[in-house]
Design a protein around this ligand. Structure first.
Ligand code: TYM
Length: 362
């Protein structure tokens, strides 16, 4: 009894090595949820810079919509961001911004668990355990690693094992659906493979096999330079950039060099692609006509883009600024989210530990 309470394992009987009595309660609740067949959606965002409209359209909006039909577990992927960000003050700021973004766009903390990755340390344990089952060759084929290598960027161990930690994120919480942009598809596919391999070895009941959910129309939002919008390319339009600066950024979106009088092709234009993400169908048809007719300069199209952006972002921006003014409220949401997430995580780890022999047989 004593040794169980203090966590010192001196007893040789398996029963003493398993769990604290508290965890038995968690286990029972977990069994109930697994039977209730509630679909769980999980996704994360790296707090490695201010959120941009690629994040918004590719993930935040679809994820918030999923709260109507699923149990959302959304988190701030701080450990992932550490692979590139080493400034503690900025890091804290970006974590807050990421959390405020979900809330500003309507995530309901009563329905969802919104939490920080680092508040559930079990994710590191699971990442390690998964890692001992994963071949280097698979990680060498990961897009993110390959492109970092091609660009001669610094590659630390975290960058290399990034997909393993991401798989741990997904598998730790019995995730069914993973709403993401297209750039994360490979990572989710890897998580599926790792889960299937693990289940094959240790038992089909251990991990839920996840599915990526990718909206085709926003799968890859272009940045101001026409490449995929990405914090690491410096080509973003920030979701909460003040209007004046945002307008300046919009004016930087690259176009071809057609003259004002020339007819233009909306379908190959970045400005038009971005416009389409925020404008109504009628507005899109109207601007497309003006492209094709000629006599309209790109400056006009950019102004139209700025206006639909500002229309869509004004309200969330207000909510965001209010939230950022009360970081203690965000903190409360994150702590509550962590408590919900942790109880699920502990049940998963119980299964994993038992199955692998780290824990006692069940
Ligand atoms: P991150 O932080 O790069 O991006 C967050 C989400 O935004 C999507 N996204 C885009 N979608 C469309 N067009 C774009 N230009 C664009 N840029 C970004 C991303 O696809 C992503 O859905 N590895 C993840 C974070 C993560 C995670 C997870 C996600 C860690 N663990 C577990 C899901 C499940 C990432 O770096 O996202």
């Amino acid at each position: 009894e004593m040794s169980m309470v203090t966590g010192v394992q001196t007893c040789a009987l398996p029963i003493c090595q398993t769990t604290l009595p508290r965890e038995a309660g968690w286990l029972a609740r977990g069994a109930n949820r697994r039977m209730s067949k509630m679909v769980r959606a999980l996704t994360g965002i790296q707090p490695s810079g201010p959120p941009h409209i690629g994040n918004l359209k590719g993930m935040v909006e679809p994820a918030v919509e999923l709260q109507e039909s699923t149990e959302p577990f959304y988190f701030i992927a701080s450990y992932h961001a550490m692979t590139t960000l080493k400034d503690p003050e900025l890091f804290r700021q970006y974590q807050l911004e990421a959390a405020a973004t979900f809330l500003a766009f309507g995530l309901d903390p009563k329905r969802a668990a919104l939490f920080r990755q680092q508040d559930i340390p079990e994710v590191c344990e699971l990442s390690w355990i998964l890692g001992t089952h994963i071949n280097l060759g698979i990680l060498e084929r990961a897009h993110a690693f390959k492109s970092a290598k091609d660009k001669g960027k610094e590659i630390n161990l975290g960058t290399f094992s990034y997909p393993v930690l991401m798989a741990a994120d997904i598998l730790l919480y019995d995730t069914n659906l993973v709403p993401v942009g297209k750039d994360q598809k490979q990572h989710v596919e890897m998580a599926k493979d790792f889960a299937a391999g693990f289940n094959h070895r240790y038992g089909e009941e251990i991990f839920v096999i996840p599915e990526p959910v990718i909206r085709p129309e926003v799968a890859t939002v272009p940045g101001v330079d026409g490449q995929k919008m990405s914090k690491s390319y410096g080509n973003t339009l920030g979701v909460f950039t003040p209007p004046k600066q945002l307008r300046k950024r919009v004016m930087k979106v690259v176009t071809d060099s057609k003259e004002m009088a020339d007819p233009k092709d909306p379908d190959s234009c970045n400005v038009f692609a971005l416009y389409g993400l925020f404008a109504t169908k009628d507005e899109q048809a109207e601007l497309a006509d003006r492209y094709r007719a000629g006599g309209m300069g790109y400056g006009h199209a950019k102004q139209a883009l700025f206006e639909v952006l500002d229309r869509a972002l004004a309200e969330p921006r207000e909510r965001y600024l209010e939230l950022m003014d009360k970081p203690e409220q965000i903190e409360d949401v994150l702590e509550e989210g962590a408590a919900k997430a942790r109880s699920v995580a502990l049940q998963t780890m119980e299964r994993v530990r038992s199955a692998t022999g780290l824990g006692a047989r069940r």
